[in-house]
Design a binder for this molecule. Structure first.
Ligand code: CP
Ligand code: NVA
Length: 330
């Protein structure tokens, strides 16, 4: 939503199907320009600063954002929770007003999703959600870009074809926790014509309101959304298999109880091959990864595209920043 008339990317709902496919294509174009043509950017962010307000650790999102801003000729300023008064000793309202008065954009990684809503309410510059407990919108952009690259027909370049055609009717299966990554996938996949099935242990289902909303989006788009507890049921007929850590940042104290609850949900070669997944199944994971949720014979196999997915965080975040800070909206 455009709070106070300023465009933001707070949740996956902020992008229409066309805006979503445009961002993915723009990211492919940037990647092609930088890596294939070796062209420098025109530095549209010269003299501008993007603040990275992160209250949780990050490798990919931080490196992707800092290098993307540098590529566009701007300055990225990392502000960790140990460095600034991020909701500690000062309200988010005051922090948001102060920081946004001096920078041109904010990438914010927060705990509760309500924190990013507060930041956006009082910020005079665009805010991009760099992860909250409910959503991770920039991650799903990289996932879809990676799949678009993988499913672009031979002889074509990803930046010349639409993700709406390459991704249509593919089925993605999620096995694991009903977390922020799953929420974001549920909202975005129907917009490119993809089906989604999920298997989560009882008590670890996705947020009920987000699931209901995702079901409405899928129904409108004519795509399938299947909710299961048995991994084999979710994996049946899957083109793409995805999981994430069972213990998200902030849930460390629940580790013991979660490991127990997720017994039987580890993605192994054997489970996948016995499950009825498509013979040419592919694997994605947002990283960081633990052995618990996926074994090495899947994670480091040729079926796994996790490092291409990680690199694509940069190109998709670059496309988002370009859209919000240079083009002034989606
Ligand atoms: N996938 C992802 O967001 O990784 P980081 O937490 O390292 O940024
Ligand atoms: N679900 C994980 C994603 C990390 C990128 C977390 O929130 O910690």
């Amino acid at each position: 939503p455009a709070v106070s008339g300023v465009p933001h990317l707070l949740t996956d709902n902020d992008l229409s199907p066309k805006q979503l496919t445009d961002i993915i294509q723009s990211a492919c174009q940037f990647k092609h320009q930088a890596k294939v043509l070796g062209k420098p950017s025109e530095a549209p962010l010269a003299g501008k600063t993007m603040a990275l307000m992160f209250s949780k650790r990050s490798t990919r999102t931080r490196v992707a954002t800092e290098t993307a801003v540098a590529y566009l000729g701007g300055h990225a300023m990392f502000l960790g929770s140990q460095d600034i008064q991020l909701g500690v000793n000062e309200s988010l309202l005051d922090t948001s007003k102060v920081v946004s008065s001096m920078v041109d954009g904010i990438m914010a990684r927060v705990g509760a999703h309500s924190e990013i809503e507060t930041l956006a309410k009082y910020s005079t510059v665009p805010i991009i959600n760099a992860l909250s407990d409910l959503y991770h919108p920039t991650q799903i952009l990289a996932d879809l870009m990676t799949l678009h690259e993988l499913y672009t027909p031979k002889g074509s370049e990803p930046h010349t074809v639409s993700p709406a055609t390459t991704l249509k009717n593919l089925k993605l299966a999620w096995v694991g926790d009903g977390n922020n990554i799953l929420h974001s996938l549920m909202i975005q996949l129907p917009k490119v014509g993809m089906h989604i099935t999920m298997a989560t242990p009882k008590g670890y289902e996705p947020n009920a309101d987000i699931l209901k909303h995702a079901q409405q989006i899928a129904q409108k788009a004519g795509t399938q959304l299947g909710v299961y507890h048995d991994p084999k049921e979710a994996l049946d007929g899957a083109d793409i298999i995805v999981t994430d850590t069972w213990i998200s940042m902030g849930q460390e104290e629940e580790k013991k109880q979660r490991i127990k609850a997720f017994e039987g949900y580890q993605l192994t070669r054997e489970l996948i091959e016995k499950s009825g997944a498509k013979p040419d199944w592919k694997f994605l994971h947002c990283l960081p990864r633990k052995q618990e949720e996926v074994t090495d014979d899947v994670f480091y196999s040729p079926r796994s595209h996790v490092f291409q997915e990680a690199e694509n965080r940069k190109w998709t975040i670059l496309a988002c920043i370009n859209q919000l800070l240079v083009k002034k909206g989606f």
